[in-house]
Design a protein around this ligand. Structure first.
Ligand SMILES: [Ca+2]
Ligand SMILES: [Ca+2]
Length: 401
């Protein structure tokens, strides 16, 4: 193995790689210098980094899905063509690594050390990197467990996710909804705070300011806030159109089948099943302007309008795009569908008494924004985006009164 100078290592640490799977988004790199046409280079816009004493900059390394050649930066063995990642550099597979004997710096036969693949469970090791499990105890590679403090086996993050480990908390890495406590694996490969907040728009765009606005501070739309004088919690933000869309799309519009599984104490199967959608077309119809007769102020328009985007063929084309609408607060939704949504998302609809107490701090200090009618200057980010009702992309009225 070659020796690196300090400056070379600094270059390595400061840049992104575009090969291997561990780095995810290949957005180019921050290093200086120019490409020298390294192996596998296919795209000038995707620059990986090769440890190379003769070059201080970046070397094209193909696309993010390619394996890294010897000498390129890696995080895990699986990032490398040689299947050997040591000290974050892909190592050349030694000719000794498949000769059937323990030689070189191998810790067991043809495994371990700097030039052979990591060792399977129960084989000999010296350091954690000698083992596929990442756990070397008393010089023996250990079987992965969900308490060893290492992401190994089928886990998607440290000691969580996959078929056997406990489910992962919010923010941990996931591959599927089932990996997460919330049953929601987000678009970013992290467990979402709620089942309905796995998407970007209306999923993690809640908080002060609009998307792209200077000073905007956004977080998950599924966070919850305490209620004074109660053990219950309430959504920190009003439900977005995007959260309803996540619900509808996850069920492919078939809310009827979902509610059919609810206990009688939570759902009136006989009288309510016909009042929720059975497919996507039903859902667009129910969340559009005309279901059950025209809904007041739910027709498309710039001063009115349903915030759940519905396609043109529903009969009432939205005046705004789905991208505009999904982050907005949901409106024009029937009680039964709202009820089903809340239960699917792990909660329930609040009672009138409960919601009154929430908005008046347990009836002690008026409304959350103080006294009098709410207006723009009194907007409270705990409960809503600014300007989120009916005016996507437009300057809002100065007062909602
Ligand atoms: Ca060997
Ligand atoms: Ca583990």
């Amino acid at each position: 193995m070659k020796n690196f100078t300090l400056s070379e290592l600094l270059i390595v640490v400061g840049c992104l790689s575009s090969c291997g799977g561990a780095f995810g988004d290949a957005t180019g790199s921050s290093g200086s210098g120019s490409s020298d046409g390294g192996p596998g280079q296919t795209d000038a816009g995707n620059s990986g980094n090769k440890v190379n004493s003769g070059n201080s900059g970046n070397i094209g390394c193909g696309y993010a899905t390619t394996l890294c050649a010897d000498g390129y930066i890696c995080i895990a063995d699986a990032d490398c063509e040689s299947d050997i990642c040591r000290m974050n550099v892909c190592q050349a597979l030694s000719s000794l690594a498949h000769d059937g004997i323990k030689d070189g710096d191998e810790t067991d036969v043809d495994c371990g050390g700097l030039h052979a693949p990591a060792c399977a469970d129960s084989l000999m090791c010296i350091v954690t990197e000698d083992c596929t499990s990442g756990v070397c105890t008393k010089n023996v590679c250990q079987v992965p467990t969900d308490t060893d403090g290492v992401k190994n086996g089928d886990e998607t993050d440290v000691d969580c996710g996959g078929p056997t480990a406990p489910k992962c908390a919010t923010g941990k890495t996931c591959n599927a909804h089932a990996d997460c406590v919330s049953d929601g694996c987000g678009y970013d490969g992290k467990c979402a705070a709620g089942r309905s907040c796995t998407q970007h728009l209306g999923g993690d765009t809640c908080g002060v300011g609009e998307i792209g606005e200077a000073g905007a501070v956004h977080e998950s739309c599924c966070l919850q806030a305490p209620i004074a004088g109660s053990a219950a919690r309430v959504d920190k933000y009003l439900v977005t159109a995007g959260r309803m869309r996540a619900f509808i799309e996850r069920l492919n519009g078939d809310v009827v089948t979902y509610v059919s599984s609810l206990p009688a104490s939570n759902w009136d199967q006989k009288n309510w099943n016909a009042l929720v959608p059975a497919n996507i077309d039903d859902a667009n119809n129910q969340l559009g302007p005309y279901w059950g007769g025209s809904k007041r102020l739910c027709d498309p328009g710039q001063l009115t309008g349903h915030t759940y985007y519905t396609p043109p063929d529903v009969g009432a084309p939205s005046s705004f795009t789905q991208t505009d609408m999904d982050p907005k607060t949901l409106n024009c939704v029937g009680w039964h569908l709202a009820n089903a949504f809340c239960q699917w998302d792990g909660g329930r609809l609040p009672s009138h008494d409960e919601i009154t107490k929430v908005f008046t701090n347990n009836v002690t200090n008026g409304w959350p924004w103080g006294t009098g009618a709410p207006d723009q200057s009194k907007a409270d980010a705990r409960w809503s985006h600014y300007y989120n009702y009916g005016y996507p992309g437009l300057t809002p009225r100065a007062s909602a009164s």
